[in-house]
Design a protein around this ligand. Sequence first.
Ligand SMILES: Nc1ncnc2c1ncn2[C@@H]1O[C@H](COP(=O)(O)OP(=O)(O)OP(=O)(O)O)[C@@H](O)[C@H]1O
Ligand SMILES: [Mg+2]
Length: 469
Amino acid sequence: MPPEEAVEIVAQVAEALDHAHRQGIIHRDIKPNNILLTRDGRPLLADFGLVKSIQDDRRLTANGVLLGTPDYVAPEQAQGAKVDGRADIYALGVVLFEVLTGQHPYANETPISVIIKHISEPMPRPSEVNSAISPTLDKIVAKATAKDPAERYQRAGDMARDLRAVLASGATARPSVPTSVTAELPSVEFPPFIAGPPIIHPRQFFGRERELKRLFNLWKRIPLQNAAIIGPRRSGKTSLLLYLKSITTTPPSHLRVGQRTDWLPEPERYRWVLVDFQDARMSNREELLGYLLGNLNLSPAGPGPAPCDLDHFMDVVSRGLHTPTIILLDEIGVALERCPELDTAFWESLRSLATNYVGGNLGFVLAAHESPGLLAHHSNVGSPFFNIFGYTATLGPLTEREARELIASSPIPFPPADVDWILSHSGRWPMLLQILCRERLIALEEGETDDVWREDGLRQMAPFRDLLA
Ligand SMILES: Nc1ncnc2c1ncn2[C@@H]1O[C@H](COP(=O)(O)OP(=O)(O)OP(=O)(O)O)[C@@H](O)[C@H]1O
Ligand SMILES: [Mg+2]
């Protein structure tokens, strides 16, 4: 990547940070892996919400200690002091150093010594590593990475402004830069091993190939058919719904090599709407129907919920829905148990809409802990609706090949004996694989040579052991 491009990307990230800081949001985990590039080269900061939830999860699970890479940690953050947006500016300064020189300022050090250096050793100048880097860029890195937050850029916007000035004046480099030494920002990389929240990005989703084949087969042709996804707590139901919704239209550059996207003919014609019944608003019938209309682009006011009643909903959808549409209903058990407004009349209307009025263009997928038949039986509502689910995918462990692929996604490869240990102790359940892999990876990153990570992993797994029963 030419230095201009690298500087441009860092400037855009600085602008995004400035915006977030003004909203009172601190990222706390700026690093190249959290900077995603869109196909047209725009950087996206990996979802703040995601980052936070990963940290929360780690905080919950890692003996009260927040572990992660220390490579970009600001001195005050490393010392456990209260941090503000200036810690993000520091981290971005380190990223800038790295994209300019192709190496980390404190390369080849153990994690502990990297932390000590962040706290006490002066940041080298990028031009010491790559003599082609201009003094102006040296200064920007120095200012962003000052040890004392008071000496840093106080606002990410100021850093962005200086970077833009460099770009405008063409002063990224002394004459004749050997551009090959500049580091590539990873085009799309994600934090490895997510245990807890559903998998949001398709790139982080593994396995379920058999289920995917069967599910997409229901939707290749009109009439679309209905499917149920059944599995125990934490088996990956929500992750699968999210994957179904996005995989066919995700550009291959955002995916792992070999991840299949060609499941449907003309995937861009399909519309997908996800309803999560754990969202309390969905228990209100009019709000739910308004939400559906908005997401189907059928509400007169355009996308966005406007409450609507059942008659109106039926009317608008049966007249307006002409392209294949799949409504994904997550946590349907909650809807049946806790949402009295979603009564038999409601479910019957949905059924009649799908079967009689929209030319086969509407399909439903539901996710639940028990089968549609049992759901209807236990709840005494909507049994005709639940009769239309002709295919049920029951989520179990991943196959061995899929589980190995998940394990092999580690940025640091695991020794074969550890891979086998993880395979057998996780029972190949994705959640348990993620937990054990995360513990293994942290131990490797921290340079631990013992097997304590195994005990840690088993302890973290304990609350979810019923998966193994
Ligand atoms: N296909 C997958 N690839 C990788 N990891 C997965 C996959 N499916 C599930 N996981 C892991 O399992 C965890 C739980 O997944 P998810 O939230 O989708 O399960 P769920 O069945 O919806 O759980 P709940 O019953 O609590 O709603 C995720 O945090 C992730 O670690
Ligand atoms: Mg779920």
